[in-house]
Write a protein that binds this ligand. Sequence first.
Ligand SMILES: [Zn+2]
Length: 235
Amino acid sequence: MAAFHQHLGFSAFVGSAYSATLWCAGVVEPAVAIFAGATCTFAGMLPDLDSDTSKPVRELFNVLGMVGALLALHRLRHQASFPAETCLLIAVATYLLLRYGAAAILRWCTVHRGMFHSLPAALIVGSLMFLVYDPAYLAARWAVAAGMSLGYLSHLVLDALWQLRSPGGLVALADGGPIKLVGQSRWANVVCWSLLLLLSYCVAVEMNWLTPLEPYSQRWLSALNHTARDSFFSR
Ligand SMILES: [Zn+2]
């Protein structure tokens, strides 16, 4: 298995190359290109959040909480109806939720190298970033979201290369290595793919590729309204 610092080094290398490509291609502004590369570097450490034995990984929850709080503030900056204190409270709640809640949940329901180490998981983190990050123009949004998935993927590739070097590695890799679509746990597969479908739908709605479905709550409310009105007039 590749160690934490090797994952960090590899994703930093991939992130720098990604930044340079974006910058040279002129797709986004230099600041966004650097941010996308930094996002890629950060995402390269995320798959090992399912391991609760490593100290650097435990510290990663701290970083995850801080990044989450910053992104929450970024997302709320245009909400004029929210006073500054409410935005700060939401940011603090996001930090605590990710720092302690996510750590506890992941420790409870994940196994190391389960569906956290899979291709759909790489798409999930990219989709989440796309939905949370809201820049002034669309190319920046795609660049940062793709950087997130790319960094995550770099981790899976390095783990797969390490597995190949071990005795019988090729067989183990073919039998469900880190670059996989489904794992051994049926429930983990269902949760992972359902989450990816849900987030893909949200991305499609955000991009206006799909019209949002009418929420069930609204349908129930309007049905209740009709029933109440009918029973009132029939008296
Ligand atoms: Zn790993």
